[in-house]
Design a protein around this ligand. Sequence first.
Ligand code: AGP
Length: 598
Amino acid sequence: MCGIVGSIGRGEGTVDVLMDGLRSLEYRGYDSAGIALGPETTVLRKSGELDALSEVVDATEPTGTYGIGHTRWSTHGPPTDRNAHPHTDESGRVAVVHNGIIENYAALKAELEETGVTFTSDTDTEVVPHLIAQRLDAGVDPETAFHDTVDRLEGSYAIAAIVEGRETIYAARQGSPLVVGVGDGTTYLASDVPAFVDHTRDVVFLEDGQRVVATPDGYTVLDSDRQLVDMAVETVSYTAEATGKSGYDHYMLKEIHEQPTALRQCFSGRADALDGTITLEEVDEIPQPDAVQFVACGTSYHAALYGAAILREMGIPAEAYLASEYALSPPPVSLGTLVVGITQSGETADTLAALRDAKSRGVSTLALTNTVNSTAARECDHAVYIRAGPEIGVAATKTFSSQLVGCNLLAEELVDGPRDLRPLIESLRDLPDDVQSILDSSRAGELVEEYADSDAYFFIGRGTNVAVALEGALKCKEISYEHAEGFPAGELKHGPLALVTPETPVFAVVTGDDERARKTLGNIKEVQARGAPVIAVTDGVSDAAEIADETLMIPETSERAAPVLANVQLQLFSYHLADALGRPIDKPRNLAKSVTVE
Ligand code: AGP
């Protein structure tokens, strides 16, 4: 939800640093973009993707020795030029970029309007430069004006501001991510590390309530009482190359193809196939929970459904909850409950709110996340990293696969008792090669040629394959904009079957040959009887391949690993469908990678 950047120091190439930083943060929003440069407070901003701002920059060739920038995902006000950040006060001395929502902005705006301030945008953000300007007019220095303003804000924000004539960037974090890049003679600020990873990998991960004052001489971190805080500088491991497209047309395709590596990284060093042991050092000490509640959103929620299903099969009461519902209608917990937040970014506001609610009720919390040092990782009692590497495409792909492996590792670590883990470990160890064989041979692109004109796409599965069906549908709708729905296969006849026609292909995920698979074969027959073509995503163990009209085959593997493979076929179908329809695959309309508002 919006990306912000800042750069101050040596001063050469500031515009390029800001524009490159925004480019790498576009996954956070792409409704508009803008930069403000000091010391004269030159502001350039434009609705639309970053390319629109680039044209303005190329035409006007602005100069500045430091500056801030923003790429927007709209919350308050439509994606127009006037709502693009940076926002300024009436005199144009103060420029501000913001990610998050200022919940008390209406009251602040009314108060400012009463003093005669005229607003020029529909945003909540605009109150900030006006408040800073008001304090400057009252005679306080810029840093005090900034602190005084931040003290009055309620809600979530990562803010950066510059004030004309003062070679300084002021920044604050409350509920939205903000990191400091410690370069050689230059300090960077950003919503996420990729914005400056070309320049430095030394990072300070700010905490809520903290503020930063950065000058050409360096930076200081202060707490909300304006007291200096000594922060550790950490060196992050990923490189600029890891965040590039490496020759693929889209990040999503690159990330689909990175799955063998991601899965290997997730699994590596955590299991021993000879001994049949799985060890997650991060949670070695946690006693077996009485119950597990997963909280997550979107794709991560689908991973949570999978995680809950496998824990239930192991005899542990487990449920997956949509995080956006959990915090407002929390289910009962006991002291032995473990609440697990699954979140790629570790910054999703709904998931953080659910985890905080759980913590406030005294239960133990765990983050299963891809992002080291993310808010979820830091706020939870425990953190387990899925190690998938940076994921830039808005559509989650490799991180879902790694989340499923992470759920297996976590479940096996948490649940006591002797059992033979060797078959599971072997199947998880073989996943990278199995995924690679799908990537090398998938027919998903050919099916698109046949089905690209369909009215809608349905996805069905049972057991852990319900998660795959829901995820297949989410991927399809978010990047192709086609109508797609996923259902537990047994539910079709209770309503959705009314939607099924010869123009609605049904993807049936059928793995293994147990009762769930056999019952799904019956559901395949039901939709075929209504004329719908059925594409079986199957390992060929049951009769699904013989019954279905088309097949997307996956290698035979364990029951736990099969959903990972089936999902890869559906990722490829959605990708090729969206590509054939000419959609902006990495930046689907109205969406953002990291959703930091509730
Ligand atoms: C799916 O492709 C989306 N990126 C979205 O559903 C995402 O999974 C959701 O917003 C949760 O994000 P998180 O994993 O970073 O918490």
